[in-house]
Design a protein around this ligand. Sequence first.
Ligand code: HPA
Ligand code: ZN
Length: 345
Amino acid sequence: MKVKPIPADRLPALLRAMPKAELHMHIEGSLEPELIFALAERNRMTFPYPDVASLRSAYVFENLQSFLDLYHAGTQVLRTEQDFYDMTQAYLARAHADNVLHAEIFFDTQTHTAHGVDAGVVIRGLHRACADAATQYGMSASLILCFLRHLSEQEAFECLEQALPFRDMLVGIGLASSEVGHPPEKFARVFARCRELGFRLVAHAGEEGPPAYIWSALDVLKVERIDHGVQAMHDAALMRRLAAERIPLTVCPLSNLKLCVFPRLQDHNLGRLLDAGILATVNSDDPAYFGGYINENFTQTFAALGLSAQQAWQLADNSFTASFITPERRRACTDRLQETFERFQ
Ligand code: HPA
Ligand code: ZN
């Protein structure tokens, strides 16, 4: 769609109103401090921070690992199927308020099985919340199980085995956690098995790690989408390939800012990725920790980079193109996108 320029002061309202898909968010990263304390109390656990304010004030990170350490502490309060349901329900309500029509939710089971929680408890809780959001909000939501890359390939195989009884509740497989030192090829065999099983495949690559990790996620793991991928900027041949093959990047600007991938939001390369013809999308990653849900990612990044209404349309349209929804659902979503833009023209 060719979009006419709109006055700068109307752009934030358009960004908030436009229908969108969210393709990169870790459900455990949507756990707000208030819910952490409520779940700790419900499960009669003590949490190593005295209150919400002191926990929130600890959300200052130097890099991915410093975040993952705190993120892991928050996951300890999740024990029952209802806990997983409540966390997911809270995210979906928040996403619905941001006009997210479709969400593909990352989760992992390895964190929770290490705490003695069964994989089935996790998956059933998440799935039930997704099903209820469909009824309540008309949203679609599906689940992507991420292997933790700091753990071994053998452990990823065990994780897959435990998830297979719930195969019908999962759309895909991803790869998350500490990137540097854990290249995609470490998981070549388990991803090959997932591909045989018919899972859609994605992987985090090029968040902090080098462009070589993006190449191997594509060529060795054979993923369809790259999560983050912003380091592709340092490899011209890779940039050309991503554009030519229309490989989506699920970009998370406020995450990149909070984890010091870019020093300032004005330095973010989202605009350059779009100018290079790459199918980029905007996402929140871990919204409770990084200072904003998807609409905050849109409004702050557009303000910092001076992006246009045409680029807003492109990013929203890309989110539906890059998603794993059916062609019918995609058409329904893009029709609503068009209607919203027509209202603002
Ligand atoms: N990168 C890798 N693993 C993660 C992230 C991330 O941004 N968030 C939650 N797990
Ligand atoms: Zn992520």
